[in-house]
Design a protein around this ligand. Structure first.
Ligand SMILES: [Zn+2]
Length: 227
C-alpha cells in the first residue's frame, strides 16, 4: 500500500490560525495524493527547510537530531546531493605526520568518502545518513568525530578500505544498501502516486457528471434526496 511521506506534503494554514499565535495551532498539510492531513503544531513548528541544510560534514547536524517525521526526506536530500567532495587547497598538511587529505582518494571512494575543509577531517555519507545514537548502523569515526589519521590511508591495511569492510554485511555496506533502498522506495512511490492521480482524475470526473445528472433529475421531478 502506498504511504505518504512528509516530503510529499505542503503545510497550509488553517482557518483557526487567524489572529492566534502559530505556536498554538496545528496546520493542514496537503499530501501528494491530494488529501488533507492535520499536522501537530510541535512538528510544523520544527519543520526544517531542506534548502537550509548544512552539507559540510564537519558542521552539519546528525539526522536523528531532527524531528522523526522528517528523517527520510532529509536523508533523501543528502543522498541526492551526494558526498561532500569540495576542491582541495594544495599543501594543507595536518596530523601527526604532517600529511594531507588527497584528492585522489575521492576517485577510489567516489560513492561515499567526504571531506570537510572546516575540520580537516574525512567522513562517510551513507554511514552518516543512517547513523543512530545507539550505534547500530555506521561507525562513529566517519560520522560524528571524523577521521584524520592520513598515514593509515593506502597500503595493505588501508583504513578507508577497512571502513568499507570485506564482510557483505559490514556496517558501511548495510548503510549503503539502506540508502539505495530508500531512494528506490521513493521512486516507486512517486510512480504509484502519478499513476493514481491520472486514474483518479478520470474517475472523479465521471462520478461528478453522474452526481450532477442525478441531482438535476431529482430536482426536476421534485423527488426527495435520499441516501
Ligand atoms: Zn561508511
Amino acid at each position: 500500500m502506498a504511504t505518504t511521506t512528509s516530503r510529499d506534503t505542503a503545510a497550509v494554514p488553517t482557518h483557526a490560525d487567524a489572529g492566534t499565535p502559530s505556536s498554538c495551532q496545528p496546520s493542514l498539510a496537503v499530501t501528494a495524493a491530494g488529501c488533507l492531513r492535520l499536522e501537530p503544531s510541535h512538528f510544523t513548528n520544527h519543520r526544517v527547510d531542506l534548502d537550509s541544510l548544512d552539507y559540510d560534514p564537519g558542521t552539519r547536524k546528525q539526522i536523528w537530531e531532527y524531528h522523526v517525521n522528517q528523517h527520510d526526506e532529509i536523508r533523501r536530500a543528502y543522498i541526492t546531493k551526494g558526498p561532500h567532495q569540495p576542491p582541495l587547497k594544495k599543501n594543507k598538511k595536518s596530523g601527526m605526520h604532517n600529511r594531507s587529505f588527497q584528492a585522489s582518494w575521492f576517485e577510489y571512494n567516489k560513492s561515499w568518502l567526504e571531506y570537510s575543509p572546516t575540520t580537516d577531517m574525512a567522513y562517510c555519507l551513507p554511514c552518516f545518513v543512517f547513523h543512530s545514537p545507539n550505534g547500530v548502523v555506521g561507525q562513529n569515526k566517519f560520522t560524528v568525530g571524523g577521521f584524520r589519521n592520513w598515514k593509515k590511508v593506502g597500503g595493505k591495511d588501508c583504513y578507508l578500505q577497512g571502513h568499507i569492510g570485506k564482510d557483505p554485511n559490514s556496517a558501511h555496506r548495510v548503510a549503503e544498501q539502506m540508502c539505495k533502498d530508500l531512494m528506490n522506495q521513493s521512486q516507486h512511490l512517486q510512480r504509484v502516486v502519478n499513476h493514481f492521480t491520472t486514474e483518479q482524475i478520470a474517475n472523479n470526473r465521471l462520478q461528478l457528471k453522474a452526481s450532477i445528472f442525478i441531482v438535476r433529475y431529482l430536482a426536476f421531478q421534485a423527488i426527495a434526496f435520499r441516501g
